[in-house]
Design a protein around this ligand. Structure first.
Ligand code: GLC
Length: 420
């Protein structure tokens, strides 16, 4: 074990609140959905049982509808806004009213592969909960074909340029008074703007005003966009969930049906003019017209093509470290502003899983080695400037530590054990 391995483990242990892991202290003082699943993957490298505990805690907050919320507010913390009162979902423990990228089935499958015997009983308990969550995505959020999101935060890529076109349609001028907390923890230049925040909170206030009736929000809410990122993540996760189900002896035809329907919807996300998959505003039926890392998650779902290969190499070769979250050759690119350009180790790991699955081990290894360099040089930051490697956002981040332990530190022959 190297010093960095020890540091990564110490970060996960240090952010462990007993059954769930904070993304980082201060900036994010609760349990976040996909952060938690990545933390579980990291724990699985040295404490398999703790990994399953993390997934159990996450799924324990599943709503009766099947949705798994994006934040679980286990203990009140005045350092975060918007907190439980703003969301007002009436859940116990309190939660937000939106979901986040469903990476759980995919990573649970990898965790199971790491210790098949110990994991069998644990995954058997989780399986029906994952099925209910995927059914919710299919029934509630795939009514337009690809996955629709009702709030940019649901995508996990909060302020990426993909959402600008939908955000422009949200009137944030009548939002109630509020005080942000995020800009007290990290450099405000690296965070979303005030105009963005007014709109984010307006969307939350709308959800609360209709008691988080998801069908109503999809029909009438202020924001509805098709997200290539979640679409590809869900498609991959459907396949992984079906594989888990088969291994447990279940009939998985319902899951296969969802996967077939979602794959058939992919052409709706292909923007010929852009030459890539693109986000789409479902209120106006207009494409965002911007290339982001969500489109490249196509590799994860076996949905890549030669045109996308060309775009990937153009975007990647325009920077030095990792795959940027937004196109470096577009006007909206900002190498330090959150999802508007920086590279995120956690997304790089998902992309590499996709490259590896489609036989592109050369690309997977290049991405691993660039991500390794960032972490070796600067530590376990939330994200990095892809041009000069400047570390950005919060330090001692759980998912960056997890990505180190599971993927970034490894050499190609041992990387991504269990990946298809
Ligand atoms: C930000 C990120 C989101 C993440 C959360 C906690 O909101 O955009 O992806 O889950 O922080 O780390």
């Amino acid at each position: 074990m190297t010093d960095l391995d020890a540091q990564a483990r110490a970060i996960l242990r240090g952010n462990d609140k007993g059954g769930y892991t904070l993304p980082t202290h201060g900036l994010y003082p609760y349990q976040w959905n996909w952060d938690s699943v990545f933390a579980a993957w990291g724990f699985a490298t040295f404490d398999n049982s703790r990994a399953w505990d993390e997934l159990d805690t996450l799924m324990a907050s599943q709503w009766d509808t099947g949705m798994v919320p994006h934040i679980i507010f286990h203990q009140p913390d005045p350092g975060y806004f918007p907190g439980p009162d703003v969301w007002g979902t009436g859940q116990s423990p309190a939660t937000s009213g939106i979901s986040q990228p469903p990476v759980a089935a995919t990573l649970a499958r990898l965790i199971w592969d790491m210790d098949p015997q110990a994991g069998r009983d644990r995954i058997a308990v989780l399986y029906p909960k994952f099925v209910a969550w995927h059914r919710w995505w299919h029934k509630v959020r795939c009514t337009h074909g690809p996955v629709a999101i009702i709030h940019p935060w649901e995508s996990g890529r909060d302020n990426c340029p993909d959402w600008d076109i939908g955000m422009a349609g949200v009137d944030g001028t009548r939002v109630g008074p509020y005080t942000r907390r995020d800009t007290g923890h990290v450099n405000p230049d690296m965070r979303p703007t005030k105009e963005d925040y007014d709109r984010y909170i307006t969307m939350v206030e709308y959800g609360r005003s209709v008691d988080w009736d998801q069908d109503r929000i999809v029909a009438d809410g202020p924001f509805l966009m098709a997200d290539p990122g979640i679409t590809f993540i869900l498609l991959r996760a459907h396949d992984d969930l079906a594989a888990i189900g088969r291994a447990l002896g279940h009939d998985v035809s319902e899951i296969e049906g969802w996967a077939g329907a979602l794959r058939a919807a992919l052409p709706a996300l292909w923007n010929d003019k852009l030459g890539a998959y693109d986000a789409k505003d479902l209120r106006t039926d207009r494409f965002a017209g911007i290339l982001g890392s969500g489109a490249f998650l196509a590799y994860l779902a076996d949905a890549e093509n030669p045109a996308l290969d060309t775009q990937l190499m153009r975007v990647w070769n325009a920077v030095t470290y990792g795959i940027p979250s937004a196109d470096p050759e577009s006007v909206s690119f900002n190498p330090r502003k959150y999802w508007r350009g920086p590279t995120w180790p956690v997304v790089n790991a998902l992309l590499a899983l996709g490259f590896k699955g489609s036989g592109r081990t050369d690309l997977a290894e290049r991405l691993r080695s660039e991500t390794e360099t960032l972490i070796r040089q600067h530590g376990f930051y939330e994200y990095f400037d892809p041009l000069d490697a400047t570390p950005c956002g919060g330090a001692d981040f759980s998912w960056t530590a997890a990505i180190w332990l599971t993927w970034a530190r490894h050499h190609p022959d041992t990387a991504l054990k269990g990946a298809a």
